[in-house]
Design a binder for this molecule. Structure first.
Ligand code: TYC
Length: 108
């Protein structure tokens, strides 16, 4: 086979290679928010923040006071499944201890 013949290989088969973007989406993230009430003891809220949100004692006290003063505070941002689990754990723990503490999740 001559060099010319070899170079003709694939003639007419020229195509455009397009790089397609994979249709993957980053999972949405969810804020876990703590709500104020008049009855849950401050110590209990701090204990919850230490137990379920891996906060330091100082951070936990700051978040608790922020909730106490403004009505709502951010505990953390997680995937839907993790956020939902934390909300359930917090509410379950609060009810077992007869506190009305409320916790909710909000899409970021
Ligand atoms: N307001 C409560 C009290 O005075 C304390 C409190 C703080 C309750 C944060 C709930 O998410 C909360 N005992």
């Amino acid at each position: 086979m001559s060099k010319d013949q070899k170079d003709d290989e694939g003639k007419g088969k020229t195509g455009v290679l397009t790089k397609t973007r994979p249709k993957t989406k980053k999972p949405s993230m969810y804020k876990v928010l703590m709500l104020n009430d008049d009855y849950t003891p401050m110590d209990f809220v701090v204990h919850i923040l230490l137990t379920y949100f891996q906060k330091s004692e100082e951070e936990a006290v700051q978040i608790m006071l922020n909730v106490h003063q403004t009505g709502v505070g951010l505990c953390g941002v997680y995937s839907f499944e993790v956020a939902e689990t934390k909300v359930m754990q917090v509410i379950d723990n609060a009810r077992r201890n007869d506190h009305p503490l409320q916790c909710t999740l909000e899409k970021e």
